[in-house]
Design a protein around this ligand. Structure first.
Ligand SMILES: O=C(O)CCC(=O)C(=O)O
Ligand SMILES: [Fe+2]
Length: 407
């Protein structure tokens, strides 16, 4: 598909050789109805575009995710592009952006560049059209996500019970790559690097609601609602980033469960936010492949229960503070992991409500903990168990990587 760099792109039908091949592949898999709807959609027919999108959506939900044919994921993106174009031409920019984001979140890789190009055009138009009423009504100081004068000592009361065998994670400044490699990465030991992200644009930009609303407000993001993913009433929702920011602001004044934008590859989706962060050099100190960059954005009180991941991790704290507790990788047996395969990297122990009768081995286990402050980066070695609770509104980014050649 062509690269969009002008308004004309909105008028051009989506049918170049890449798209033609995709349509051919779809018809080979029996998607004749889709192909006929897509042809009408390319000519600007919104109902046909929506029908094509619905057909592809059904295919995406026809079985387990890994068994969905890749061609249907690309077909879903194509239909999203068609839907978005018609909305954009009609000046319905929010609807257009929602369709494009769904294409990025659920669709295949083939048309990602086209989705991003159209997002750039539509976002620029939406920004130009938006009357910044909210900004005028709301004094600048109210637009900060985390107030400068926040006293976080009262937040310490909500930490999980302490134990005598607790040690703090060491905080280092001026840690060389060689020092990081020798003292932490190779032995597999956690450390906080306190001065590794001073140069990130995000450090100055992300505490400003106006900035976040301007660059991402109309974009659709997946969020988690509920105490945490181990609780039955936990659910996922798709909302706009503006709605998400409003929920963050409202948390504390309502008893609603916190909304957490957790473990989402937001920076593959929103290029402006990607430009605000830098991949820490520490991620490359031992050689290796970067696996994923994830956003963890939410209000005070979000909890990621005790679990471990297979990769090296640098968790970078951009805005706000988090309490983090770490247990050695070798302690798996004592931490009561779930037996089901899907959850076997999570512990059954609820650290916010520790039941010592049910989980007696927990009582005397040694752990490390820390409060990760704004500007700190925590190195979590592979398989180390971690529990995370936000103490304020908090925006963090995780960088996962693994050694060359490992899966
Ligand atoms: O920040 C959080 O809530 C959890 C982060 C985490 O588990 C990770 O980065 O692997
Ligand atoms: Fe994790």
């Amino acid at each position: 598909m062509s690269t969009a760099n002008s308004d004309n792109h909105l008028q051009t039908p989506i049918l170049d050789s890449e798209s033609a091949q995709l349509l051919q592949a779809v018809s080979q898999h029996g998607g004749y109805a889709y192909v006929s709807m897509a042809a009408r959609a390319a000519a600007g027919d919104l109902r046909a575009a929506e029908a094509a999108r619905e057909m592809a959506w059904e295919q995406l939900h026809s079985g387990p995710w890994h068994s969905v044919l890749p061609v249907w994921r690309d077909a879903y993106s194509m239909a999203c592009l068609h839907v978005a174009k018609v909305h954009a031409i009609d000046g319905e920019f929010s609807d257009a952006l929602r369709a494009l984001d769904m294409g990025l979140i659920m669709g295949g890789p083939l048309l990602k560049p086209d989705l991003h190009s159209l997002i750039a055009i539509v976002s620029a138009k939406a920004r130009a059209a938006r009357v910044s009423e909210k900004q005028q009504q709301c004094p600048k100081s109210d637009r900060r996500l985390v107030p400068d004068d926040l006293d976080s000592t009262e937040l310490l009361g909500v930490l999980p019970t302490k134990s005598l065998s607790c040690k703090m994670v060491l905080k280092r400044s001026g840690l060389s790559l060689e020092g990081f490699l020798r003292e932490y990465l190779l032995p597999g030991y956690p450390v906080i690097i306190s001065d590794g992200m001073g140069h990130w644009p995000a450090r100055t930009k992300w505490n400003d609601m106006d900035y976040l609303t301007t660059v991402a407000g109309d974009r659709t993001v997946p969020v988690e609602v509920g105490k945490n993913y181990l609780y039955p009433e936990w659910k996922q929702e798709l909302i706009t980033f503006s709605q998400f920011l409003e929920r963050i602001k409202a948390t504390g004044s309502s008893s609603a469960a916190p909304t957490y934008l957790a473990q989402h590859p937001l920076f593959d989706q929103i290029n402006e936010l990607r430009d605000d962060i830098c991949i820490p050099d520490y991620c490359f100190a031992g050689g290796g492949d970067l696996r994923s960059l994830n956003a963890w954005f939410g209000p005070a009180g979000t909890v990621t229960p005790l679990h471990h991941d297979p990769h090296h991790n640098v968790l970078a704290q951009v805005v706000g503070k988090k309490y983090i507790r770490l247990y050695l990788a070798s302690l798996s047996e004592e931490l009561y992991p779930y037996t089901e395969t899907m959850l076997c990297n999570s512990s059954q122990v609820d650290l916010d409500n520790l039941d010592e009768k049910e989980f007696p081995k927990m009582r005397d286990l040694e752990f490390l903990d820390c409060i990760l402050e704004e500007g700190d980066m925590l190195y979590i070695p592979p398989k180390w168990w971690h529990y995370v609770r936000s103490l304020t509104t908090s925006l963090s980014v995780s960088f996962w990587w693994s050694e060359y050649g490992s899966s």
